[in-house]
Write a protein that binds this ligand. Structure first.
Ligand SMILES: [Ca+2]
Length: 242
C-alpha cells in the first residue's frame, strides 16, 4: 500500500514536471497565495506573539501562537535578522513567519494559515512550495509540510498535501525550498503550513545539545501556482502491485 502511494506521488510529479517544462513560454501563472512573502503588515510586530492576530494579514495563526518577524521590529523579540529564536535574514524582503514544529513531551504545534485567492480546480496540477530555515535556538526534525483543505482544517493532524519527511531539516544558515507538484481534488481554498505529525511520529535531531528540546522553523515565500496546461490526466500505469 505504501509503495503504491509513493508511486502515485512520483507519477504526478513527473506528469506535472513535463508539462511545466513545455509551458515556459505561456503566460505566467498566478501565485494563489496572498502576501506570499510576508512583506505586507498592519503594524510593525510589537513582540513575540502572545495571542494576538498576526500582523502580516491575511495570514493567521490557527490553534496556537506562531510569530511574525520583520526588520522593523525589536531584535530582542521578532526582529530580522536578530530575534528571540536566532539570526536569519529574510529569504526575500524584510519579513517572514516562524513556528514551533516540535516540543519535547508535548504535542504542541504552531502553524500559519491563509485563504487562497481562489479555490483549486479539480484534476489540475499545482506547484506547492515554501522556503524554510531552522532557527538557531532549536533542533531539527524530519517532517514539514503544507495542508491544502476546503475551508480551514479543524486540527491539522491529517495527511498533509505537501508531505516532506525522512531526513532531518537542520540547516540554520541557508533557506531550504520545500515543494511538490500535486493534483487538486478541487475546492481547496486554504493552506496551512507546519508539522502535521505528532511527537511519536516525529524524529528530532539525536545530537540536539539543548536541555529543552524543541524545533522552531522560519517560513518565507509560499507558492501555490497552477501548472499549465489545464486538465492534466493522471495515468498511473506501471506496477500496480508494487
Ligand atoms: Ca519575506
Amino acid at each position: 500500500m505504501e509503495g503504491i502511494q509513493l508511486f502515485k506521488v512520483k507519477s504526478s510529479w513527473i506528469f506535472c514536471g513535463i508539462f511545466l517544462s513545455f509551458s515556459v513560454f505561456s503566460l505566467p501563472a498566478q501565485n494563489l497565495v496572498p502576501n506570499p512573502g510576508f512583506e505586507i503588515y498592519t503594524v510593525c510586530p510589537p513582540w513575540i506573539n502572545l495571542g494576538t492576530p498576526l500582523e502580516c494579514i491575511p495570514w493567521i495563526s490557527p490553534f496556537n501562537t506562531s510569530d511574525y518577524f520583520h526588520g522593523c521590529a525589536d531584535p530582542v523579540a521578532v526582529g530580522v535578522p536578530s530575534n528571540f529564536q536566532g539570526y536569519q535574514y529574510a529569504h526575500t524582503g524584510f519579513g517572514y513567519t516562524g513556528m514551533y514544529y516540535y516540543i519535547e513531551d508535548q504535542n504542541y504545534r504552531e502553524y500559519v494559515q491563509v485563504q487562497l485567492l481562489q479555490p483549486l480546480e479539480a484534476d489540475s496540477c499545482y506547484l506547492v512550495g515554501f522556503w524554510m530555515n531552522l532557527a538557531n535556538e532549536g533542533c531539527g526534525v524530519n517532517h514539514t509540510g503544507a495542508l491544502l483543505s476546503v475551508g480551514p482544517p479543524t486540527w491539522p493532524y491529517s495527511n498533509p498535501t505537501l508531505d516532506w519527511g525522512g531526513e532531518l531539516f537542520t540547516d540554520t544558515v541557508e533557506w531550504v525550498y520545500v515543494f511538490d507538484y500535486i493534483i487538486a481534488n478541487g475546492g481547496e481554498n486554504y493552506i496551512t503550513i507546519g508539522n502535521f505529525y505528532n511527537n511519536a511520529q516525529t524524529t528530532i535531531d539525536p545530537d540536539c545539545p539543548w536541555q529543552f528540546v524543541y524545533a522552531y522553523y522560519y517560513v518565507d515565500d509560499v507558492i501555490v501556482q497552477k501548472t499549465p496546461p489545464e486538465n492534466i490526466v493522471l495515468d498511473l500505469g506501471g506496477p500496480e502491485t508494487a
